[in-house]
Design a protein around this ligand. Structure first.
Ligand SMILES: [Zn+2]
Length: 187
C-alpha cells in the first residue's frame, strides 16, 4: 500500500506506539500492530489498534479525573436554528460546573460567543479564560438549554453539574448511566 503523504510504502509493524495527545500529553500503547511508511514515518492503525488507542486514552483520562465519571452520547442544538445539530461523546461528572464542548463543534452549528474572557479555575489550580455560548443539550430523552464553554485544544470535553441540573438527572456510577433525579423541589 502506498503512502498518501509521500508515495512511500507502508510496512506492517508490531510494538509500542507513543502518540502525542492534547489532553493526556503522551499516550503509550504497548503491543499493537500498525502500518508505518518506510519513507516519512506516517502511521495507519487497523480497527483493533485504533480501539486500543481510544480505550487507553479513556482510561488515562479517567485516572486523572478520579472515580465517578461516566461517558454519554449527547446532541447539541443551535437554540435559534434547531435544525443545526451535532452529536458528541462527553464525560460526565459533577466536579465540572459547566459543560465544555469543542469550539469547532459549536462553530459548526453556529453557536455564537455570547460572553468572552470568562475565567475558569482548572483542577490543577491554573486560571484560564474561555468564551461562553448558549445551546440546547440532549442526552437520551432529557434536554435542557444551557451556557456552554468553548473548549480549546487540550481542554477536556465535559457535561457539567449545571447542565445535569437542567436535565434533571444524576450520575449513577455503579450503573454507568444517567438516571432521572425525581421531582424538582419548588417553594
Ligand atoms: Zn510516507
Amino acid at each position: 500500500m502506498r503512502c498518501h503523504e509521500c508515495g512511500g510504502t507502508y510496512r506492517t509493524r508490531k510494538g509500542t506506539l507513543r502518540l502525542p495527545d492534547d489532553v493526556v500529553k503522551l499516550l503509550v500503547v504497548p503491543d499493537v500492530e500498525y502500518l508505518e511508511c518506510d519513507e516519512c514515518g506516517a502511521q495507519l492503525y487497523p480497527w483493533d489498534t485504533a480501539k486500543k488507542i481510544g480505550d487507553t486514552r479513556d482510561r488515562k483520562i479517567s485516572e486523572r479525573l478520579g472515580s465517578g465519571w461516566i461517558r454519554v452520547k449527547a446532541s447539541i442544538e443551535n437554540r435559534v436554528d434547531r435544525k443545526k445539530m451535532a452529536r458528541t461523546n462527553l464525560l460526565v461528572g459533577t466536579a465540572s460546573q459547566r459543560t465544555w464542548l469543542p469550539e469547532a463543534l459549536l462553530e459548526k452549528i453556529g453557536v455564537g460567543r455570547e460572553k468572552k474572557d470568562i475565567r475558569f479555575k482548572m483542577a490543577n489550580g491554573k486560571i484560564v479564560t474561555r468564551s461562553i455560548g448558549f445551546a440546547i443539550v440532549h442526552v437520551d430523552k432529557y434536554l435542557t438549554i444551557d451556557e456552554v464553554v468553548f473548549a480549546e485544544k487540550g481542554d477536556l470535553v465535559l457535561l457539567g453539574a449545571r447542565t445535569l441540573e437542567g436535565l434533571n438527572v444524576t450520575v449513577n456510577p455503579t450503573r454507568k448511566k444517567l438516571v432521572a433525579a425525581g421531582p424538582i423541589p419548588a417553594a
